[in-house]
Ligand binder design. Sequence first.
Ligand SMILES: [Zn+2]
Length: 469
Amino acid sequence: MNDVQGDIPASVLEVLRCVQEREQEYVDRLIDYVSRPSVSASGEGVVDVAHYIRDRMRDIGLDTELVPTAGAPMVFGQRTGAAGPTLLLYGHYDVQPADFKDGWTSDPFKPVIRDGRIYARGAADNKGQHFAQLLAIEAFLACHGQLPCNVKVLLDGEEEIGSPQMPAFVEEHGDLLRADLVVISDGPVDPSGRPMISLGVRGALGFELRATGANADLHSGHWGGVAPDPVWDLVQLLATMKDIRGHVTIDGFYDDVQPLTPAGHAALDKLEIDVTAMKRDLEFDELAEPRDRSVAERRVVWPTLTVNGLHAGYDGPGLKSALPRQAVAKCDIRLVEAQRADDIFAKVRAHVQQHAPHITVERLGGSMEPSRTPIDSPYVEPVRRAIVAAQGQEPVLWPGIGGSLPLYVFTRTLGVPTIQVPCGNADQSQHGPDENLTLAWFMAGIRTTVTLLAELGQHEDTCSGPGRE
Ligand SMILES: [Zn+2]
């Protein structure tokens, strides 16, 4: 345990002691859970595991239900009636596909423990992490017969395929999901190995630009400079979308970018991002533009436009003197608060209309809105204290992360602050072969939820529903 437990009330220490004594039993139960495939990409085992975890949630004392959706069922459980705020825990019971042949040392669905780690698909992402939260609830109820605050648990069965049901589900079940705080424990902690808190994600929007010329590739001697040249057309259009300083030049692109507060900037400045190591590991010499913004700012709170793919003409050996008939660019934009995908796509379309009306633009894939919980949310401090109490270390505070997750369904649709508190080792090999969760992190996840429930129990705020700030 750790040296800061002097601050922890005796009633909470009692729960932590219970947890410590039951480590072996907890590990055995996690092994049972992760030995059951629930692969959303193929559907294998998903419904069985939904029933399985629903039953386990009922065993520990939650009122549970399986809520049907157009896809995999949502598993929901709650224990309300306590004073104090309502905590909504979100996780997912589905996993990425896994095959022994992909380079696993042991069968991905026959969990084994090696060197203090449990190796199995889903061990870290996300079964091990939400199971730890459920065990904390169980331990609290076993010791005291009640929880210090209200708890709801929502487990998604399709997170690994982009949570297609979540936006509509959250829209429809606002009352069921009403809460004061959403906490998500998924993915790895800070690369340094220290615990972390993250307050947001960037959004994502994908699109394709397609320039067409003649109805076939043509001889560049006969037709170059005469027939339309889709490659130059496309390259010139792209050049109107971003300048050499890295500034996106689509009209209105930055209009809704919400600046960070001074506290947010202070948190960014504290992040230790080792640019020298980054350059060495990835073998590049210079950072891209915009160099007037820090790496942390660019990763977390600044939007980007990236050309993901550019395809045209011949790229085989030697030269082929032809004028290609078409050129295609696939692009993505990472959005930041308070940009909105529909609005930015309309601006992209207007830009293309203005600069190259003969080039088609098509939106690709499902977009995701950005999400940001303010750093001065009253819930950041209790979460921080809970981590320190359970883990004996200050968490690294990220105002957001560069990637995209559909957290906006909580922050925007429900209007509830949402905090990511990963409790999984940084080298968990999420989505890859030999996914693993250290037993130390599994236990830290349980302890952290115990101290979080206790901290929230001290918090006076109570749930006043959607729309609250
Ligand atoms: Zn995942």
